[in-house]
Design a protein around this ligand. Structure first.
Ligand code: MLT
Length: 264
C-alpha cells in the first residue's frame, strides 16, 4: 500500500492497472479492502484507485474535523497528486454521500458516477440521535463495540445465513477501525446535507446499485434517485443487503462493467 500526504493527512491508497481511472470510495466503518474484489476484477481494463478515508484503515485523521466536504476535498487532493483530471467515481453508502459532496464541488472531474447502496436524503432527527449515541459508544468503548450493531445492518439475511465468512471479514475491518475517525464520521454523516436537489443536475452517465435486502439504504431510495437523475440506470442485486460488492461480487462487477462499456 502506498501513502500520500493530502490536506494534512497521510492517505493510504492503491493505484493499479492502466486506462480510464476508476476510484472506489469505501463505506462506514470499513476501509479500502472492502474493494479487494473490484480491484482484482477491474485493474486489467482500468486504472483502479482505492484509498482509506482519513481516520480509517491506514490513513491518519489529520487535524481537520471530518465532514463530507473534507472527504470530497481529500478526493480532489488525491486526484491532483496522482495527476488524474477526471475519473469514474464509485461510492458505496458513506462513499456515496462523499461522492455527492465531490460532484457538487467538481462535476467536471466525474466522467461517470456509480452510487451503490446509498441515498441522497439526509438523516432524520432519530437517525441523528442514533449517530450521536454511537459516536459516544465508540469513543468510550472502542470500535469493537460497533460490531454487534453494524453486522446485522450491513448484511442481508441471505449472506448471514449462507456466507458467514464474508461477515467475519467485515467484522475484522470494523474491529480494527480507528475510534476517533469512526466517531467523527458518524457526526459527519449526521451533518450531511440533502443532495436530492442536485440529482436532476447530474449530467454524467450514472449507475445506481442496491441490494434487494438492503435495510440501511433500502431499494425505494435508489428507485427515487434513479427517477431523479436523468438517464440513470438502476440495478437491483438479488440476495444482497447493504454491502452488495462483497455479498454478490459477480453481480456487482457485471453491473459495473456492463454499465461502463455501455457508455456512448
Ligand atoms: C455506510 O455503510 O457507509 C453507513 O453505514 C451508512 C449510514 O450509516 O448511513
Amino acid at each position: 500500500m502506498k501513502r500520500i500526504k493530502v490536506n494534512g493527512a497521510e492517505l493510504a491508497y492503491r493505484d493499479e492497472g492502466s486506462g480510464e481511472p476508476i476510484v472506489f470510495l469505501h463505506a462506514f466503518p470499513l476501509n479500502q479492502t472492502l474493494w479487494d474484489g473490484q480491484l482484482a476484477a477491474f485493474a486489467s481494463d482500468y486504472r483502479v484507485i482505492t484509498f482509506d478515508w482519513r481516520g480509517f484503515g491506514h490513513s491518519t485523521l489529520g487535524d481537520r474535523i471530518l465532514t463530507m466536504d473534507v472527504f470530497a476535498d481529500d478526493l480532489t487532493g488525491l486526484l491532483q497528486e496522482l495527476s488524474i483530471e477526471r475519473a469514474i467515481i464509485c461510492g458505496l453508502s458513506m462513499g456515496g454521500y462523499a461522492a455527492f459532496a465531490f460532484y457538487r464541488k467538481a462535476p467536471e472531474r466525474v466522467s461517470a458516477l456509480i452510487l451503490a447502496d446509498t441515498r441522497s436524503t439526509p438523516d432524520n432527527e432519530e437517525g441523528k440521535r442514533g449517530r450521536l449515541e454511537m459516536a459516544e459508544l465508540v469513543r468510550n468503548n472502542g470500535a469493537p463495540a460497533l460490531v454487534d450493531i453494524m453486522i446485522p445492518r450491513l448484511f442481508g439475511e441471505t449472506t448471514l445465513r449462507n456466507n458467514p465468512q464474508v461477515a467475519e471479514r467485515v467484522k475484522a475491518m470494523i474491529e480494527s477501525s480507528q475510534p476517533e475517525g469512526v466517531a467523527q464520521a458518524l457526526l459527519a454523516m449526521a451533518g450531511r446535507v440533502d443532495s436530492t436537489d442536485m440529482l436532476p443536475q447530474i449530467s454524467c452517465p450514472t449507475l445506481i446499485i442496491v441490494g434487494n435486502e438492503d435495510k440501511l439504504t433500502p431499494p425505494d431510495e435508489s428507485e427515487k434517485m434513479s427517477q431523479a437523475i436523468p438517464g440513470s440506470i438502476l440495478e437491483i442485486i438479488l440476495n444482497a443487503g447493504h454491502l452488495t460488492n462483497i455479498e454478490q461480487p459477480e453481480s456487482f462487477n457485471r453491473s459495473v462493467s456492463d454499465f461502463l462499456s455501455s457508455r456512448n
